[in-house]
Design a protein around this ligand. Structure first.
Ligand SMILES: [Zn+2]
Length: 250
């Protein structure tokens, strides 16, 4: 049913009337230039989530009842809110101040770097608050090494090998999941997988600028939906007071 809805939505988007909302596709070594409509949608689809992510992170902070929960709430909150803030600033500068080439370029790199830290921050509460096996517990620091390597990669090779960039995100997204899926306590794993499906489906749109109108804004919506599902899982299974018995303190 949901697949059918997505298909109908895509067909409506690809109707010739809607093609005026996008520009032509560019060669892989160039950057796609969104139309004014697409710029506005790119900004709105992430700006909308800044306040909810701040409120949601504060809620986790309030619900924390030990040191590790507080630390994890801070890390997750910074990752979640940082993603939406950096993305909104980048897309706004890219739309309204595109003559500031150097600033825009730096913000674009920053926008890509923050994705690695967002992925690491999304896993952090699960890795920090759930019981893990001896080898699996190394993932607690390994994800930050991976995020740092991704950041260095963006610094040196930004926009040069776009497919490699996408593969790096997918590896970073899936690798810690191997550990999380092997946790003795499986509460919340179905939500984690559902969120992951949204991120994966979203990458189709991430790579469809100039093919599908508003492709990047749709990617943003998939990211926001995935993040929303993951937030719900973290709130429900790791922080909510009436599931205290499901919590595992370190
Ligand atoms: Zn974006």
């Amino acid at each position: 049913m949901s697949c059918l809805c997505v298909l109908i939505f895509l067909l409506l988007l690809l109707h010739p009337v809607n093609l005026r909302f996008m520009n032509h596709r560019v060669p892989s070594n160039c950057r796609y230039q969104p139309t004014e409509y697409e710029h506005a949608a790119n900004c709105a689809t992430h700006a909308l989530w800044i306040i909810p992510s701040i409120l949601g992170s504060s809620m986790l902070h309030v619900l924390s009842d030990n040191q590790w929960e507080t630390i994890s709430a801070w890390i997750y909150g910074f990752g979640l809110t940082g993603l939406f803030i950096v993305s909104t600033i980048f897309h706004t500068i890219s739309w309204k101040k595109r003559h500031l080439r150097v600033v825009e370029h730096c913000l674009h790199m920053f926008d890509r770097m923050v994705i690695y830290f967002f992925i690491a921050a999304s896993y952090a509460p699960w890795l920090n608050l759930r019981e893990l096996g001896p080898w699996a517990s190394h993932m607690r620091w390994l994800i930050w090494i991976m995020a740092s390597v991704g950041t260095i990669y963006v610094f040196f090779f930004h926009e040069r090998y776009k497919l490699v960039e996408l593969v790096c995100y997918v590896i970073m997204g899936f690798f810690p999941a191997v550990v999380v899926l092997s946790m003795p306590n499986t509460d919340g794993l179905s939500e984690l997988m559902a969120g992951g499906v949204f991120y994966c489906l979203g990458t189709v749109f991430f790579k469809s600028d100039g093919r599908i109108p508003f492709a990047h804004a749709i990617w943003h919506l998939f990211v926001a939906t995935g993040a929303g599902i993951h937030y719900y899982a973290i709130w429900r299974y790791l922080y909510r007071p009436d599931t205290l018995e499901g919590k595992t303190s370190r």
